[in-house]
Write a protein that binds this ligand. Structure first.
Ligand SMILES: Cc1cc2nc3c(=O)[nH]c(=O)nc-3n(C[C@H](O)[C@H](O)[C@H](O)COP(=O)(O)OP(=O)(O)OC[C@H]3O[C@@H](n4cnc5c(N)ncnc54)[C@H](O)[C@@H]3O)c2cc1C
Ligand code: FES
Length: 254
């Protein structure tokens, strides 16, 4: 069943990314997502980027037809949503370091808000950094990493993570971002013997565990994930290697 909600505020986060706030009474946990229907275009998954009582938001990077159509929406417009879906992060995981890469930063924000845990926001360059101000409201340590060094640490999220892990005694890494970032985060956690919870992306249609189009090995990313811990990830042979397209065909990452 879907709900129709009215957009009450639109915030421009970067040249290609906007946050849409709406009132929605559903109970949602950090790390969960919704399916957003854009009539005549598509229905696509979006992480819930803030959870404040009845007010929720999604933070959308415009990359194709559906996300560009969402970017056209204004205050007062309505959207149709289903969810919330997925398991979400387990926030009872000791001392955490939370990492967001690119628009994946949207998915980690409710966990940052709920815990105030140390946070890394990574992006290609200064102009791609999103949600920094919001993260600073909740977390006393927010570190920025940019690939080109235009802001903060010059390097990628995993390089900065290794520095911070050496300086602090973390129990668990929570992360969402491009799969290549998550893959090397996982490899670093294996090497350092650190627990991790990684939020993965796969092509989704139903969002509710029925259609099977988001499967990775034996897991449905929409229902069994999108957050997987280190031992679960160790069983996912497709992680970092391949994904399925909208027709179910396997597409290799490399
Ligand atoms: C659990 C989850 C949470 C996500 N959260 C966010 C978020 O918070 N903010 C954000 O900007 N993006 C998020 N995404 C990605 C977002 O769903 C895609 O960028 C979007 O679907 C692209 O649609 P499009 O028509 O604009 O682009 P297209 O040109 O159609 O597609 C561009 C890329 O997006 C992927 N994509 C397209 N449709 C889907 C789909 N139905 N399911 C999964 N991937 C798809 C394609 O495989 C392709 O790689 C999330 C994806 C998942 C699976
Ligand atoms: S999207 Fe249908 S089972 Fe996951």
């Amino acid at each position: 069943m879907s709900d129709v909600v009215r957009i009450k505020k639109v915030v421009e986060e970067a040249y290609d990314t906007k946050t849409f706030f709406f009132d929605w009474n559903a109970e949602a946990r950090p790390g969960q997502f919704i399916m957003v229907w854009i009539p005549g275009v598509d229905e696509i998954p979006m992480s819930i980027s803030s959870i404040t009582d009845s007010t929720k938001s999604i933070t959308v990077k415009a990359i194709g037809d559906a996300t560009r159509a969402i970017h056209e929406l204004k205050e007062g417009d309505r959207i149709s949503i289903r969810g919330p879906f997925g398991n979400g992060f387990d926030l009872d995981s000791g001392k955490m370091l939370i990492i967001g890469g690119g628009v994946g930063t949207a998915a980690i924000m409710p966990a940052v808000a709920a815990t105030g845990a140390d946070t890394i926001i990574a992006a290609r360059s200064d102009r791609d950094v999103i949600l920094e101000e919001k993260a600073r409201k909740f977390a006393s340590n927010v570190w920025i990493a940019t690939d080109d060094g235009s802001k903060g640490f010059h390097g990628n999220a995993v390089q900065l993570m290794r520095e911070k892990v050496a300086e602090n005694d973390y129990d668990c890494i929570l992360a969402c971002g491009p799969e290549v970032m998550l893959y090397f985060t996982y490899k670093a956690c294996e090497e350092l013997d650190l627990d991790c919870q990684l939020s993965l992306e796969r092509y989704m249609k139903c969002g509710a565990g029925v259609c099977g189009c988001c499967v990775m090995d034996d897991s449905r990313v929409c229902r069994d994930g999108p957050v997987f811990n280190r031992s679960q990830i160790s069983m996912l042979t497709e992680f970092g290697n391949s994904k399925r397209d909208e027709c179910g065909r396997i597409v290799k990452f490399r």
